[in-house]
Design a protein around this ligand. Structure first.
Ligand code: SPV
Ligand code: MG
Length: 294
C-alpha cells in the first residue's frame, strides 16, 4: 500500500481508500494513546466526549480555543491522524476559516462540520432541530477548503437532515450541494435503531464522494453490511468515554463503600502502566543524555 508521509495524507488515505476504515473516539491525551495502542489508524475527536470529559454539555459550552487546546494534547500524545468534530464550525464562514487555519497549524488532519446553527445541540436530543440554510452552509465549506494550509487537509460535511426528520430527498439534496461546494466526504447521520435509512442513502448516493457513518444508535448492524454498502469510514464515536465512566463509577463506589483499596487493586491499571503509557522510559533515556552524571 501507499505510505502516507503526513498525518493529513494519512487521514485522506483512510477516508478515500476503497476499503472500509475506522476512526475511534478519543477525548484527551491518554485516550488518544489508547486508541493508537489498540491498533486503530485514526482518531475521532468527538465534540460530545471532549465536552463531557470537561464536565460540559455538547452545546458549544467549551469555546473553540478550549477544544483546540485539548486537540493539541491529543496530537502530541499520538502519531495518528485526527478528524475533529468541528460542530457547526463555531459560527459563520469566517469562524470556520480561522478554525481550519489553526487546525492545520497544530497538525489536526481534518474537520467535520455539520449543517446546523451555533450553538449546536447534540443530534440525539430533541426533535426537528433547525438546519442551516444550504447556501450559507456551502459558504462555510468553501471558506474552510480555501483556508487549509496543507493540501491533504480533509473537510467532511455532515448532513443532519435525517436526524431532524426532513427526509431522504432533503438529505440527498444537501449532500450533493456540499459535495459540489468542495467537501471531501459526506457524513450521513441517523438516530434510528435500524440502519435502513443509511443503506437507502448509500444506495442513492452511489459513491459520489466518500461516505462516513456513526452507528451509535444502529450499533446492532453487522459491520460487513456497511462494507458491502460501500461505506468509506465508520466512526466509533463515544465508546472510550462511556467505558471509562462505567469503570470509574465502579471503582469510586467500591472504594467509597469499603474504605479500602483491596477490592479494586487487581482490576485497575497499575501505576507502572501509567508510566509506560506516557513514556517515562523516554524521559529516563533523555536524562542520561542531557543531565550531568551524578
Ligand atoms: C460526537 O461524537 O460528538 C458526534 C457524534 O458528533 S453524535 O454524538 O452522534 O452527534
Ligand atoms: Mg458532535
Amino acid at each position: 500500500g501507499q505510505v502516507a508521509t503526513t498525518r493529513f495524507a494519512a487521514l485522506r488515505h483512510e477516508i478515500t481508500k476503497p476499503t472500509l476504515s475506522f476512526l475511534m473516539e478519543a477525548h484527551d491525551g491518554i485516550s488518544a494513546k489508547i486508541v493508537e495502542e489498540a491498533g486503530f489508524r485514526g482518531i475521532w475527536a468527538s465534540g460530545l466526549t471532549i465536552s463531557a470529559s470537561l464536565g460540559l454539555r455538547d452545546s458549544n459550552e467549551a469555546s473553540w480555543t478550549q477544544v483546540l487546546d485539548v486537540l493539541e494534547y491529543m496530537a502530541d500524545a499520538s502519531t495518528l491522524p485526527i478528524l475533529v468534530d468541528g460542530d457547526t464550525g463555531h459560527g459563520n464562514f469566517n469562524n470556520v476559516r480561522r478554525f481550519v487555519r489553526k487546525l492545520c497549524e497544530r497538525g489536526i488532519a481534518g474537520v467535520c462540520i455539520e449543517d446546523k446553527l451555533f450553538p449546536k445541540t447534540n443530534s440525539f436530543l430533541g426533535e426537528a432541530q433547525p438546519l442551516a440554510d444550504i447556501d450559507e452552509f456551502c459558504g462555510r465549506i468553501k471558506a474552510g477548503k480555501d483556508s487549509q494550509t496543507d493540501p491533504d487537509f480533509t473537510l467532511v460535511a455532515r448532513v443532519e437532515a435525517l436526524i431532524s426528520g426532513r427526509g431522504m430527498d432533503e438529505a440527498i439534496t444537501r449532500a450533493e450541494a456540499y459535495h459540489r461546494a468542495g467537501a471531501d466526504a459526506i457524513l450521513i447521520h441517523s438516530k434510528k435503531a435500524s440502519a435502513d435509512e443509511i443503506f437507502r442513502f448509500a444506495e442513492i448516493w452511489a459513491n459520489r464522494a466518500p461516505l462516513i457513518i456513526v452507528p451509535t444508535m444502529y450499533y446492532a448492524t453487522p459491520t460487513d453490511l456497511f462494507r458491502q454498502a460501500g461505506i468509506s469510514t465508520i466512526i466509533w464515536a463515544n465508546h472510550l468515554l462511556r467505558s471509562s465512566i462505567t469503570a470509574m463509577r465502579q471503582t469510586a463506589a467500591a472504594i467509597q463503600e469499603d474504605e479500602s483499596l483491596m477490592r479494586v487493586e487487581g482490576s485497575v491499571a497499575t501505576v507502572k502502566d501509567i508510566f509506560q503509557l506516557v513514556g517515562n522510559a523516554e524521559l529516563e533515556e533523555a536524562e542520561r543524555r542531557y543531565l550531568p552524571a551524578p
